[in-house]
Ligand binder design. Structure first.
Ligand code: ZN
Length: 450
């Protein structure tokens, strides 16, 4: 039997913050794990926003396969905006209940592509027991009734052991309520309490322990200064170690991966992306540091003409679109063309237009998502796009762009064989191989493309 495996995802944790914590006595769990593991700086997907990233972690796919395009996007078949939660104002703009149903249920049941296989589905098909705490890309085989019928009676299909912000609880753990006073860190505290219960009962083969409070704090304060939040995330991890009987016993029982889903960039300016498309008859979905532009029946300009509207917008790092089988990145009227060939990336134009980590693979995959806009926009240094509710994180932190600060993530593996992962899309196949389960074919495609 392979060792049981725990995947810990600290949302928005930058490599720099992780590397400091790895040498800090105030974060004993991360320090202990770092001292016993192998560490790399890895890369996220694009847009580097949580619904997209967690779908990549769960499936080992980029958005061309998993099909979750952005935090906010236009659903062409249903003729409506899907908003997973850019801000309370943006949620109100599309209707609170609709946004919650999209974020909790529809993303997993409808938006997440049927060609993608989640790590929960693959492992439970092979007879393993999987568990997830608060992880928003949770699609699995087991039906769970709502724990709060007053809020929703809709069931969720998820891992066998499934804990989701008190809304779904497959087992009675006595963990405190997670959904209130978020700034006090109660979501990570809930995850710690549920995790302690699961470890104490040895109740899984594979657990995803998702800790969102650090990202929440980083949006408010900016990257790298949310130390207090990281102490709480660390405490939620330490709860697992204690429940196993101590550090040595913990590592005897479990292999561990610690990672984040994306980074964070300090924000000192905002752009209302819609303003650039006045009169163009397009639908713009912008949030954080990424935007999408969807053509409609009334749109007369082609994708290049739409991209050219951003030529003199200093807040835009790159406008991306497809043309005749090639991807094109445009900035200030300059273009870089790239396409994937069996022999590797074929490019023409100035590669300095896309100097970001994994940019070709990530931009290519984002553009080939059928749910994406015809035009994708990656924000420039320090710039955020206003969301549907007109909100931003000015003075704080944000992410979503192709830039390194948004895109680099810490990846620590403890007790795992094989090549060290370098992308968040490596984590699902790494997990499956650990359990002797063959990863989906699309993950081999990715390994070749890198
Ligand atoms: Zn975030």
């Amino acid at each position: 039997m392979p060792k049981k495996l725990i995947l810990i995802v600290i949302d928005g944790l930058t490599p720099a913050a992780f590397e400091l914590a790895a040498d800090d006595d105030r974060t004993p769990a991360l320090k202990f794990l770092a001292a016993n593991g192998a560490y790399t700086r890895g890369v996220s997907t694009f847009p580097s926003l949580t619904p997209v990233c967690l779908s990549s972690i769960a499936t080992g796919a980029h958005p061309d396969v998993h099909r979750v395009p952005h935090l906010v996007w236009y659903h062409r078949d249903e003729g409506r905006i899907v908003e997973y939660g850019s801000s309370f104002a943006a949620i109100r703009a599309v209707g609170t209940r609709r946004a919650l149903l999209d974020a909790i249920f529809n993303m997993n049941e409808q938006h997440l592509g049927s060609d993608a296989l989640t790590v929960f589905e693959a492992l439970e098909d092979a007879g393993y027991t999987t568990a997830a705490i608060n992880f928003t890309c949770y699609r699995g085989r087991q039906r769970h009734a709502s724990a709060v019928p007053a809020v929703t009676r809709r069931p969720a299909y998820a891992p066998k052991r499934f804990f989701f912000y008190n809304l779904f609880e497959s087992d009675v753990t006595g963990a405190p309520l997670a959904i209130f006073s978020r700034s006090a860190g109660s979501i990570d505290a809930y995850a710690g309490a549920v995790g302690r219960w699961l470890v104490t009962r040895d109740g899984f083969d594979f657990l995803v322990h998702y800790l969102p409070d650090y990202d929440f704090a980083s949006h408010v304060t900016g990257p790298g200064v949310s130390e207090e939040a990281l102490l709480r995330s660390d405490a939620a991890i330490w709860a697992l170690i204690e429940a196993a009987g101590g550090p040595d016993e913990f590592l005897d029982r479990y292999a561990v991966v610690v990672c984040s889903d994306h980074g964070q960039t300090r924000i000192d300016g905002t752009v209302r992306l819609e303003d650039a498309f006045d009169g163009a008859n397009v639908i713009v979905t912008a949030s954080n540091r990424a935007g999408m532009v969807y053509r409609t029946e009334g749109t007369r300009e082609d994708s290049r003409q739409l991209a050219a509207r951003l030529d003199h917008e200093p807040g835009v790092d790159a406008a991306l679109f497809l043309e005749a089988g090639e991807a094109i990145a445009r900035r200030d009227g300059e273009e870089l063309r790239f396409s994937r060939r069996a022999s590797g990336w074929q490019t023409s134009g100035d590669p300095a237009l896309l100097p970001h980590p994994g940019a070709f693979t990530r931009a290519w995959a984002a553009l080939h998502n059928p749910n994406a806009g015809e035009l994708l926009v990656s924000a420039g240094d320090g710039v955020e796009f206003d969301d549907l509710g007109g909100r931003s994180h000015l003075g704080g932190g944000s992410h979503g762009a192709l830039a390194a600060a948004d895109s680099e993530v810490p990846i620590l593996t403890v007790g795992l064989d094989g090549a060290q992962p370098t992308s968040i899309t490596d984590l699902a196949p790494l997990t499956l191989r650990h359990f002797d389960v063959e990863p989906p074919a699309y993950t081999r495609w990715l390994a070749d493309a890198a």
